[in-house]
Ligand binder design. Structure first.
Ligand code: GLY
Ligand code: MN
Ligand code: MN
Length: 484
């Protein structure tokens, strides 16, 4: 019998998808997700229901979709990684035919043919068994599910962007949202207006709840985040050894990402930024197209491994030939000085923008730019440092979290930079110099812990490491142009 026919038969009788999967064992635990749902419930107002939808599937072109990425809130609360699902959390116990319940999830059904093409699905049984939900239904049942949203004082949800495709499949995300809108009395035209805000539909409270929860990391989350950061830093250090003129920006990106994969990181937490020379002035430069990087330039590398959902965000800027020029070193050391002072000031109670950026990092950078003759006064408006100092990291690279003041177990970046584009209003010896140094910091009870300490930061440490050989020096591939 042909192998393909056997597979088809196995699939048809439902065996293949349930064959044992050799999966990593260090995902967030079932208990973690349950505890998070309990905490959402605790923070909800009385007589409220919170409704969360899975992320949409996005089409890349024709038959090809983008790799699916679950909505981070949905993943945080469920561990469910598949699309076309809706979760409801109730503040108070609800009465049902099988007794009381306080949460319910509708998920995509098992489907042997779909699973043959796109992979295993948990199905109702899997969600009960593996994710330990009691009330689990197929998404096709949501439309007929009897729920009276008008009986709640508050129906909490994130407002819709109205950008979800209606597929041919019954019970898909489009149908789930349409059913919810119908059941809840959501206005038929566009987003919520003032009038409907007077009813029980609330699109603001849920984000505050999620921000407060996700901004403070648990030990379990920190294990994954530390791993993502370590992997990203090891990649930076290996690239420092492998760096040489003539590599392409894309190749440098590939070395980082190969190392991410070597450590089982599934994805990049954001598109990798690898910019030589003035390309580094484009803050989110993701083209990475320069075919040959030059010996007289620096290269800015901002990449983050995503490990089981948690992403690092680490930037290093290094001289392509292993030695900073006088001007490069002056700018690099200035950014380092600003960054180091801001990191040392990290502790509970401080505000990233006011206390760390304005009072420390920006001040040091402006004073340094005056000293170097790049600007005339510390108060001169300029665009050489055009972004903020940092942000929370976690399931999103720009993660949810409170920005009023730092608290223990918040994980943030500290990432000052100086970017001097070609043609800038200063001596041209500075043109094309772009430096960002970005590190990941955990706020502790009385200060901070530098998470990204496996990647050298000072100009001296970088030059020292770049002298070391790399196993990639011996990795030479055939020249495509010389192929016979
Ligand atoms: N990599 C994006 C950022 O640094 O915010
Ligand atoms: Mn960042
Ligand atoms: Mn970054």
């Amino acid at each position: 019998m042909k192998r393909s026919l056997i597979i088809l038969l196995l699939v048809a009788i439902g065996i293949l998808p349930s064959l044992g999967q050799d999966l990593p064992t260090d995902f967030l635990s079932v208990e973690f997700h349950k505890e998070r749902r309990d905490l959402v419930r605790e923070k909800m107002p009385t007589n409220a229901v919170a409704v969360f939808f899975a992320n949409p599937v996005r089409n890349r072109a024709n038959d090809v979709d983008y790799i699916y990425h679950q909505d981070p809130n949905f993943y945080y609360l469920t561990g469910y990684k598949e699309p076309h699902a809706v979760l409801m959390i109730f503040k108070e116990d609800q009465e049902g035919p099988d007794g009381t319940y306080n949460e319910i999830i509708f998920i995509q059904p098992r489907n042997a043919m779909a699973e043959l093409w796109t992979g295993r699905r948990l199905g109702v049984g899997g969600v009960k068994d593996k994710l330990k939900f009691n009330q689990v239904f197929n998404n096709t049942e949501f439309e007929a599910y009897n729920i009276d949203f008008s009986k709640f004082d508050k129906v909490l949800f994130y407002d819709f962007f109205n950008d979800v495709r209606n597929t041919a499949t019954n019970g898909d995300l489009y149908d789930l949202i349409a059913s919810f809108k119908k059941k809840s009395g959501y206005p038929t035209e566009g987003a919520l207006d003032i009038e409907s805000k007077a009813n029980n539909l609330d699109t603001e409270t849920l984000d505050q709840i999620m921000r407060d929860l996700r901004g403070i990391k648990t030990e379990e989350e920190l294990d994954l985040l530390r791993k993502a950061v370590d992997i990203s830093c090891i990649a930076q250090a290996e690239v420092m050894k492998a760096m040489k003129p003539g590599l392409s920006e894309r190749e440098v990106q590939g070395i980082h990402e190969f190392i991410f994969k070597k450590y089982q990181s599934e994805y990049e937490g954001y598109p990798s930024i690898v910019g030589e020379g003035h390309n580094g002035c484009i803050l989110h430069y993701i083209e990475n197209y320069k075919p040959q990087i030059s010996s007289d330039k620096m290269i800015l590398m901002d990449l983050g491994a995503e490990y089981h959902g948690y992403t690092a965000d680490v930037t290093r800027t290094i001289p392509v030939d292993g030695k900073f020029s006088k001007e490069e070193k002056a700018i690099y050391d200035l950014v380092y000085k600003a960054q180091e002072a801001a990191i040392q000031a990290c502790k509970p109670g401080v505000n990233i923008s006011r206390d760390l950026n304005n009072a420390i990092a920006k001040r040091i950078i402006n004073e340094g730019l005056v000293e170097l003759g790049i600007i005339d006064s510390v108060n001169q408006r300029h665009l050489y440092y055009p972004h903020g100092l940092g942000h929370h990291i976690g399931l999103d690279v720009h993660d949810k979290g409170n920005y009023e003041y730092l608290e223990p177990n918040m994980a943030i970046t500290i990432e000052p930079g100086i970017y001097i584009p070609e043609g800038a209003n200063c001596d041209e010896k500075w043109w094309g110099i772009a430096v960002r140094i970005e590190d990941d910091v955990l706020i502790t009870e009385d200060g901070f812990e530098l998470l990204s300490d496996l990647a050298p930061r000072t100009s001296e440490e970088i030059e020292e490491l770049m002298k070391q050989p790399s196993p990639l020096d011996a990795f030479v591939l055939p020249d495509l142009d010389k192929k016979e």
